[in-house]
Ligand binder design. Structure first.
Ligand SMILES: NC(=O)c1ccc[n+]([C@@H]2O[C@H](COP(=O)([O-])OP(=O)(O)OC[C@H]3O[C@@H](n4cnc5c(N)ncnc54)[C@H](OP(=O)(O)O)[C@@H]3O)[C@@H](O)[C@H]2O)c1
Length: 293
């Protein structure tokens, strides 16, 4: 039985949401590094996980029964610009955690991404051919492969673009949009970037289900396939504003360090069959504190 759950990346957007959800059921130890975080019922520990001796000592002192690994360099542009630094976190650290979980014989959930795909053959199920178009996606593929070799009790959860409430030191893609909208600015959103977007609280519930019931690769997408522009219209509607606040643009209109796949929608039937049940975007948006005035 899982009692003590170690969550890495606990000061980040998703890890914080995982800690919040898991603390209803488990004794949760959240690992942070540069940023502080706070949640009732969660014990936070500071550790630079890329220092192997510190990582090993963390496992020895906390003696977890299970791990959900959310720590990462999660910005594709940062990975593109600082490839070797990102590799240490996204690949080497993930592999080390798989090794330590194997030594303790405990289950591990890894947070991978829909960006392992090139975006030309969506929707993708778990058997889809991986072919990343940017360094971030390449590092997720490398981590998936290394971790699978080192540990059998592993669920690799491929996540889509996520939105939600955040801790003070983290963000999701909607916080800058909300800030701009509230400042009276118009937001320009991609019409040709399609994702099966999901709320972080639904994704967190999915990660916990995967921890308890899944092994191997599992997709945790949302139920709707939307462009960023269409998602933006739902957000603006949930904020009670007019759709004129958003303007549709195309990926080619903005130059970014990391190329981005056009449509990496996930087919998440496997997860749906074991109890993962994300809500509809409009309903999930209305639950968020960040959109309330
Ligand atoms: N956000 C999305 O839409 C999305 C989509 C698909 C997949 N994912 C995946 O989901 C996971 C979580 O993403 P996120 O958006 O929550 O990321 P995030 O907000 O950028 O948080 C990253 C976390 O990693 C921690 N971290 C980084 N380097 C560390 C180190 N050396 N030692 C210890 N902790 C370290 C950070 O700690 P400090 O800040 O305290 O330093 C922070 O808590 C990642 O694996 C990401 O690739 C995210």
């Amino acid at each position: 039985m899982i009692k003590k759950l170690l969550v890495t990346g606990a000061s980040g957007f998703l890890g914080w949401n995982v800690c919040r959800a898991a603390s209803r059921k488990y004794s949760v130890i959240g690992v942070r590094n540069n940023h502080d975080a706070d949640l009732p019922g969660v014990t936070f520990v500071k550790c630079d996980l890329t220092q192997y001796t510190s990582l090993k000592a963390l496992f020895q002192t906390t003696r977890p029964d299970a791990v959900i690994h959310c720590a990462a360099i999660s910005s594709p542009n940062t990975c593109q610009q600082h490839t070797s630094e990102a590799y240490k976190v996204n690949v080497t650290l993930s592999s080390s955690i798989a090794g330590l979980c194997s030594e303790r014989d405990i289950p591990l959930v890894f947070t991978s991404s829909d960006m392992v795909f090139d975006g030309t053959e969506a929707p993708y199920d778990e058997g889809g051919i991986v072919c990343p178009v940017n360094v971030y996606g390449q590092q997720k593929v490398a981590a998936e492969l290394e971790m699978q070799v080192r540990h059998e009790q592993l669920a690799i959860c491929r996540l889509p673009l996520m939105y939600g409430d955040v801790p003070a030191c983290a963000t999701s893609f909607i916080q800058p949009w909300i800030k701009q909208i509230r400042a009276g600015e118009k937001i320009s959103l991609f019409k040709d970037e399609i994702r099966t977007v999901v709320s972080a609280s639904d994704a967190a519930a999915g990660l916990i289900i995967a921890l308890e019931r899944a092994r191997g690769i599992i997709h945790l997408g949302g139920k709707e396939r939307v462009s960023r522009y269409d998602f933006g219209l739902k957000l603006i509607d949930a904020m009670g504003l007019s759709s004129e606040v958003a303007a549709p643009i195309s990926q080619k209109d903005i130059k970014m360090s990391a190329p981005r796949p056009a449509d990496v929608s996930l087919n998440s039937s496997k997860a749906f069959s074991i109890g993962y049940s994300p809500g509809l975007i409009k309903e999930e948006l209305l639950k968020l504190n960040c959109i309330k005035g």
